[in-house]
Design a protein around this ligand. Structure first.
Ligand code: SAH
Length: 459
């Protein structure tokens, strides 16, 4: 017999929420047993119905709130609950920033066993709406017309959407116009079930500083009926369009883009600036979605690197070289490493574009290329990492501990793996000086942070 749980399915119980999950649900503890309840906010007292119990945790539904959080607000978006793209619109922005600070602090203590590390309040946005520079919208059909928006949660049913409150308004305009124009020319939407039809996704990207717009039409086959007329109408009716690109994805997959990309109209890239640095962005490149906050994040990374102009710097996981070029303004030399060859092509082009001759780039896995450099006697004074959610590979961390750069700057999109990796670096002789969370994704639970580390003399 398994140990009896403190709650049973269908129980009604009174709880106080203590925390938020990474999906934005409230967490209440019943004799230490965690219950996850959508819509509950920390500090709130409520009646909950238990709807599912697992061994280590359960799920509940909010029945009645007795005491509301002072940070609770009405979600401004009418489709907030159905969409699922945002998780925190029912929490005021001040409350969101406090929740993210707590999340970072908690994981550093719980996973990283880093007590007493200085965690600064989250750097948030003045206006935490309309910040995303990229929209990727699945297309469907309704009564003969084209619709596009988002998949209803846990289904593949497309719900039409006229605007998204975290998108740049320009992207909303683009998606609406493209739906209307393609619909008028009789373009059929892709039908996932039967693998028929044409238009799968519309992608819009907006250069915040330049006002330049790229539109990508993703179709199932090479064909796009009335291609020429459609493209001309899009280009002439939307201000700022610089590039219209056709991407073909003929596979049965959730991955949005396929392998074939061709320019239908205008340029192959659009341009944007972060600070003084200009970036060329192509249809397939990774580019941060919140450019305003990207500047804040990179400025912090630069501050922690504390460059004098004499340093050799390595930027691991460099993407299209955004952080590398930021650092190259103040360093002697920067070496970027990245696994995606196209991103390295972009990084080189971006260095040229800005007349920077002290940044060079290599394709490969950070955990293979950097140990190899080290074996050949190449080291760094400052090493920056910005890994994907799973964090740094252990082989890379080991090399860092042998190479002993004076400073390590860790940019992270996942506080959990940040905490795990900081522990390893601390055990190997580094000291975490401070951690600065930056809110790159307001209204969502995603949390970005940058940590500054120094090699402890005598380690
Ligand atoms: N620093 C960049 C990109 C960060 S995203 C920016 O701020 O824009 C993380 C990057 O790491 C992605 O470009 C991804 O392609 C790359 N990547 C993932 N695994 C890698 C590995 N093992 N070695 C090197 N790069 C990797």
């Amino acid at each position: 017999m398994s140990r009896t749980l403190p709650v049973q399915k269908n129980d009604y119980i009174d709880v106080i929420f203590e925390d938020l999950t990474h999906e934005g649900a409230g967490v209440a503890k019943v004799d230490g047993y965690p219950l996850f309840v959508p819509d509950g906010l920390p500090g709130e007292r409520a009646k909950v119905k238990v709807i599912k119990v697992n061994k280590g945790y359960g799920f509940g539904r909010l029945i009645e709130t007795y005491e509301r959080s002072p940070y609770r607000v009405e979600a401004p978006c009418p489709i907030y609950k159905e969409c699922g793209g945002c998780q925190l619109q029912h929490l005021s922005y001040e409350g969101q920033l406090l929740a993210k600070e707590k999340q970072v602090r908690d994981v550093l203590e719980r996973i990283g066993k880093l007590e007493g590390v200085k965690v600064h309040p989250v750097l948030g946005m003045k206006d935490p709406w309309r910040y995303r520079n990229k929209a990727q919208v699945p297309i469907g059909e309704q009564e003969g017309g084209l619709i596009g928006g988002f998949y209803q949660q846990r289904t593949h049913q497309i719900i039409d959407m006229k605007e998204c409150l975290i998108q740049q308004e320009k992207n909303d305009e683009v998606v609406q116009k493209v739906k209307e124009i393609c619909g008028r020319y009789g373009v059929r939407a892709y039908d996932e079930g039967r693998h028929k039809g044409e238009l799968r996704h519309v992608m819009a990207r907006y250069g915040l500083v330049t006002g330049e717009v790229m539109i990508v039409l993703v179709t199932r086959t090479n064909e796009l009926p009335h291609k020429q007329r459609i493209v001309e109408e899009i280009a002439s009716s939307i201000e700022g369009v610089k590039s219209i690109v056709h991407n073909v994805n003929s596979r049965k997959t959730n991955v949005i883009m396929g392998d074939v990309t061709r320019v239908l109209w205008g340029e192959e890239v659009i341009y944007d600036f972060i600070g003084d640095i200009k970036f060329a962005i192509s249809a397939r490149s990774f580019y941060q979605v919140n450019p305003e906050q990207t500047k804040v994040l990179y400025d912090k990374a630069l501050e922690y690197a504390n460059l004098s102009g004499e340093e050799q710097v390595i930027d691991a996981y460099c993407g299209i070289g955004t952080i590398s070029l930021f650092l190259a303004q103040k360093a002697k030399e920067v070496f970027g490493v990245e696994i995606v060859p196209e991103a390295i092509e972009d990084a080189k082009r971006n260095a040229d574009l800005n007349g920077m001759t002290n940044a060079s780039f290599a394709v490969g896995k950070a955990e293979e290329v950097i140990p190899d450099w080290y074996k050949k006697g190449n080291t760094a004074d400052v090493l920056v990492v910005d890994p994907p959610r799973k964090g740094c590979d252990e082989a890379l961390l080991k090399t860092i501990l042998s190479m002993k750069p004076k400073k390590v700057v860790y940019v992270s999109c996942n506080p959990g793996t940040l905490a795990r990796d900081l522990r390893i670096l601390e055990d190997g002789g580094y000291r975490t000086i401070e951690v600065q969370p930056v809110d790159m994704f307001p209204q969502t639970m995603h949390c970005e942070a940058v940590a500054g580390l120094e090699w402890k003399e005598g380690s």
